[in-house]
Unconditional design. Structure first.
Length: 86
């Protein structure tokens, strides 16, 4: 789900955003879960989110080839992904 004023930036080549979080803590938990499943992850906007939480979303990105596995893992783990409907 996109929030007004929160357009989806282009991910670096080879990466895709699989989840967005309002809370940096939730993003870190999801990152740790994926990394425990041997899926390399990258967080975007984690520090900006600490400044004004409501203004920024932390994006959890993975390599394109890991997207399906990452989404399935997050879904089965019931991680509260704010972008699930987008």
């Amino acid at each position: 789900m996109l929030f007004e004023g929160d357009p989806e930036p282009c991910a670096p080549e080879g990466l895709v955003t699989v989840a967005r979080f309002e809370s940096p803590l939730e993003a870190q938990i999801a990152k740790g879960m994926l990394e425990s499943a041997d899926i390399e992850t990258f967080l975007v906007g984690e520090n900006a989110n600490n400044l004004i939480q409501a203004a920024f979303r932390v994006r959890l990105q993975v390599r394109i080839e890991d997207e399906t596995a990452a989404r399935a893992f997050l879904s089965s783990a019931a991680v509260p992904d704010e972008s699930a409907s987008s």
